[in-house]
Design a protein around this ligand. Structure first.
Ligand SMILES: Nc1ncnc2c1ncn2[C@@H]1O[C@H](COP(=O)(O)OP(=O)(O)OP(=O)(O)O)[C@@H](O)[C@H]1O
Ligand SMILES: [Mg+2]
Length: 389
C-alpha cells in the first residue's frame, strides 16, 4: 500500500539499474568502492539503501549494516558509536555469524559483568571482546576518550568483526554529512571527523562504505569536490524523481485500477515524479475512493497542501534568512530571472544572485535554463504561492 516511510521489497518501484549496479559492486570481494547517493529531500535515497540491504542479505558472504545519522536523538559521538556497535552486533547476530545468547540490542545496556559473561560464550577473539567493553565504557561516559580515539574504535569495530567472521561488511551511513554536526565533549566534530574517517578507511579491508546526503553543499564538502576528504572515494549516483511509467505502475497497482492518462498528467504536474508526493497523493486518492480522475487528483493535492504543507515545510522555511525567504517567495510567484526577482523584492540583481546561490547550496533552488531560476520542489512552490504574501 501507499506509505510515507522509506520503502523496499514489493512496494519499491523502478531504479532497477542503480540497484543492480550497487548490489553487484558492493558484494564483489574485489571491489573497494562504495557509493555516494546524492538527492534532494524525499527523493528516495533511504529506500534505495534499504532495498540494496534487502538484496545483499541474500548473499551469505555479505552483511549489510544500515545507520542514519538523522536517527540520532542527542547527536553525540557516544550515541553514534553505540548505534553503530548495536546495529553491527544485531545484524551479525541475525545473520547467524554471532551466536549470542541474548539480543544484541539488550546487551549494550547490560551491566559490564553480564556483558563479559555473555561475550565469554562467543567465539570471538579476546581483543574484540575487549574492544566491545571499551566502546561500551566510552559511550556510557565512564571513560572520556578523545574524539579521534572514540571514532577510530567505533569505525574499526565492524571491520574487525567482519574480518574475524570471514564476511564483508557493507556499511551504509545515511545523511552522512551530519557527522560534522555530531558533538563530543560539547563540541561539534566538524570536518576533522570526516578526514579522520577517510584516513581510517585506507586501513580497512573488510568493510565497504556507502553514504548519502540531501544537501548538495554539504555533500560537496565531504565527498564531491576536489578539496573534500572523500573525493573520488565513491561512485557518485544521483537519486532523482521517478519516471512517469513508474509513477503509473505505483498508482495503478496500489489503487487496483488503471489510472486514466488525464489523471496521471495532473498527478505528474503536481508531483514531478517525487516519490514522497506520489505516495501521499496516492494515499489521499485511495481514501477518497471511487474513480481516479483529474478532478480527484486536484482535490487530493489541495487536501495535501492544506493538511500537510505547514507540517512539512514550516521548519525548513523558518530556518531560512529573511532575504532568502523573500527571494524564494519571488521564485514561487513565478519570477525567474535575477533582474525580475530583484525588482520584486526591491534589491539589486547582484544581491539577489548571491541569495540564489545560497538557496542553491541548500538544495532549494536550481537553474532551469540560461539565467533562469526555479524552486527545485514544485510542491514547496505551490505551498509558498498559497501563503499569498
Ligand atoms: N522506489 C520507490 N518506490 C516507491 N516509493 C518510493 C520509492 N522511493 C521512495 N519512495 C517513497 O518516497 C518517500 C520518500 O522516500 P525515502 O524516505 O526513501 O526518501 P529520502 O530521499 O531518504 O527522503 P528524506 O530526505 O526524507 O530522508 C517515501 O514515502 C517512500 O515510500
Ligand atoms: Mg532518507
Amino acid at each position: 500500500m501507499f506509505t510515507l516511510r522509506p520503502t523496499y521489497g514489493e512496494d519499491f518501484v523502478d531504479r532497477e539499474e542503480l540497484l543492480v549496479e550497487m548490489v553487484e559492486a558492493l558484494s564483489s570481494p574485489r571491489e573497494r568502492m562504495g557509493f555516494a547517493l546524492v538527492g534532494r529531500r524525499r527523493m528516495g535515497k533511504t529506500s534505495v539503501f534499504l532495498e540494496v540491504v534487502r538484496r545483499l542479505d541474500e548473499n551469505p558472504r555479505v552483511i549489510p549494516v544500515y545507520l542514519s545519522l538523522w536517527d540520532l536523538v542527542e547527536g553525540t559521538l557516544g550515541e553514534l558509536a553505540q548505534s553503530l556497535v548495536r546495529e553491527t552486533l544485531e545484524r551479525f547476530q541475525e545473520r547467524g555469524r554471532l551466536p549470542l545468547t541474548v539480543r544484541a540490542r539488550n546487551l549494550l545496556s547490560a551491566p559490564l559483568d553480564l556483558l563479559r559473561e555473555v561475550l565469554d560464550g562467543v567465539r570471538i577473539s579476546v581483543r574484540l571482546r575487549r574492544e566491545i567493553e571499551i566502546l561500551l565504557l566510552f559511550s556510557r561516559g565512564e571513560e572520556r576518550p578523545s574524539a579521534a580515539d572514540f571514532l577510530e574504535r567505533a569505525v574499526l569495530f565492524p571491520e574487525n568483526l567482519a574480518r574475524e567472521t570471514g564476511v564483508r561488511c557493507v556499511l551504509f551511513l545515511d545523511e552522512f554529512p551530519t557527522l560534522m554536526e555530531v558533538k563530543h565533549a560539547g563540541q561539534a566534530l566538524g570536518e576533522g571527523a570526516v578526514r579522520k574517517l577517510r584516513t581510517l578507511y585506507e586501513r580497512i579491508e573488510h568493510t565497504v562504505l556507502s553514504i548519502s546526503g540531501s544537501m548538495r553543499g554539504t555533500m560537496e564538502a565531504v565527498a564531491l569536490s576536489p578539496a573534500a576528504a572523500f573525493w573520488r572515494q565513491f561512485v557518485v549516483r544521483e537519486v532523482g524523481p521517478l519516471p512517469k511509467p513508474a509513477v503509473d505502475t505505483l498508482l495503478s497497482r496500489n489503487l487496483g485500477q488503471r489510472v486514466p492518462a488525464e489523471a496521471l498528467e495532473a498527478l505528474w504536474e503536481f508531483t514531478h515524479g517525487i516519490p514522497f508526493y506520489v505516495q501521499f497523493l496516492g494515499r489521499e486518492l485511495a481514501r477518497l475512493g471511487g474513480k481516479v480522475t483529474a478532478e480527484a487528483v486536484a482535490q487530493a493535492g489541495e487536501e495535501f497542501l492544506r493538511e500537510e504543507g505547514d507540517l512539512l515545510f514550516r521548519e525548513e522555511w523558518t530556518h531560512l534568512a529573511p532575504k532568502e525567504r523573500k527571494v524564494a517567495m519571488a521564485l514561487a510567484q513565478g519570477h525567474s530571472a535575477p533582474t525580475a526577482i530583484a525588482q520584486a523584492v526591491g534589491d539589486t540583481p547582484n544581491v539577489v544572485s548571491r541569495y540564489l546561490l545560497y538557496l542553491e547550496k541548500k538544495g532549494l533552488a536550481e537553474r532551469s535554463g540560461r539565467g533562469d531560476w526555479v524552486l527545485t520542489d514544485p510542491v514547496l512552490a505551490r505551498w509558498l504561492a498559497r501563503q499569498g504574501l
